[in-house]
Design a protein around this ligand. Structure first.
Ligand code: TPP
Length: 319
């Protein structure tokens, strides 16, 4: 048992991870019923990474994410009803129903958005962190990405400049073992944390299924990032397919058994080390499920987004 933690903080972790899990499962139900345009990239299995990190952040700290951004957005505090509405293409969505699953953002709470271009968020993180540095601000930029993105040129260019300019960025690479169907162990020369060495950047490799580890390592990284950039490679596993159309022929059906479910892991610790009753945890689970189910139902009947075809630039670009 780790006395550093208040029980209320651990229960907040637990509820947040459950909300993310239920959000994704409910969204998948809508998607498989043929109700959605486009695809979705679910975050099941990786919840401890977004939760352990984002729950330490202030609104003024900024996050950038990827095509697989729902978990980061929720953990940072983006409204789940507005997120469903966005993905359902409704006016009430975070972005007016115009950007869908991959580009959800809410700058008012520091969620600077997902990104459908693999590796596209690294240079944006540099720009945001440069602004923090020029304004002598104390905040940090967290740039979440996948293992596949570390084979993009933008990753290497951005690590190089971030290091030279000593920018307040934490690069969080979620190594979920696959980039679509490509096995990370066959696609990455060396290892991801080791790539930071070449850019004279400190790095950590952490068990991304263990929220205590994620929390501890991130706290240390955050201290470093006030002076210079740092990289965290979180070892994790994507429990669902890459996206809806993934037949998952590249991995065996029982491979997931090698990886702990981060939610069950925390549940066991809460019961064993903190004397929380299974009934209390079941109630939190039900509460998280009901909230997500209600948010989805509410969003589903909202008005569809409207596009002004005479002002397409205004529809696409920020002012
Ligand atoms: C520049 C670019 N190349 C290819 C794609 C197609 N694509 C979408 S997701 C993906 C895999 C990304 O893998 P990874 O970075 O490991 O993230 P994960 O999906 O595992 O979260 C690819 C190749 C893209 N969106 N952008």
């Amino acid at each position: 048992m780790n006395n550093k933690y208040e029980l209320s903080s651990l229960l907040k972790w637990y509820s947040t991870m459950l909300e993310i899990r239920h959000f994704e499962n409910i969204l998948d139900d809508y998607n498989r019923a043929g109700n959605l345009y486009g695809t979705t990239h679910l975050y099941n299995g990786q919840e401890a990474v977004a939760t352990g990190i984002c729950l330490q952040l202030e609104d003024e700290d900024l996050i950038l994410s990827t095509h697989r951004n729902h978990g980061h957005a929720l953990a940072k505090g983006t409204d789940s009803y507005q997120m469903f509405a966005e993905i359902f293409g409704k006016k009430t969505g975070t972005n007016g129903g115009k950007v869908g699953s991959m580009h959800i953002s809410d700058p008012s709470i520091g969620n600077m958005g997902g990104n459908g271009i693999v590796g596209g968020n690294f240079p944006i993180a540099l720009g945001l962190a440069t602004a923090f540095k020029m304004d002598h601000k104390n905040q940090v930029v967290i740039c979440f990405s996948g293992d596949g993105a570390t084979n993009e040129g933008t990753f290497h260019e951005s690590l190089n400049l971030a290091s030279i300019w000593k920018l307040p960025i934490i690069f969080v690479i979620e190594n979920n073992q696959y980039a679509m169907s490509s096995d990370a162990s066959k696609m990455i020369a060396g290892n991801i944390a080791g790539r930071a060495d070449a850019y004279k950047m400190k790095s950590f490799r952490v068990d991304g299924q263990d929220i205590f580890e994620v929390d501890r390592v991130f706290e240390e990284a955050r201290g470093i990032a006030r002076k210079e950039p740092v990289l965290i490679e979180a070892m994790t596993y994507r429990f669902r397919g890459h996206s809806r159309s993934d037949a998952e022929k590249y991995r065996s059906k029982d491979e997931f058994l090698k990886y702990e479910d981060p939610i069950l892991k925390l549940r066991n610790i809460l019961i064993t080390d903190y004397n929380v009753s299974p009934d209390q945890l079941a109630l939190l689970d039900e509460k998280a499920y009901k909230k997500m189910e209600m948010d989805a139902k509410r969003a589903w009947v909202d008005e569809p987004a409207e596009f002004d075809l005479n002002n397409l630039e205004g529809e696409i670009y920020a002012d």
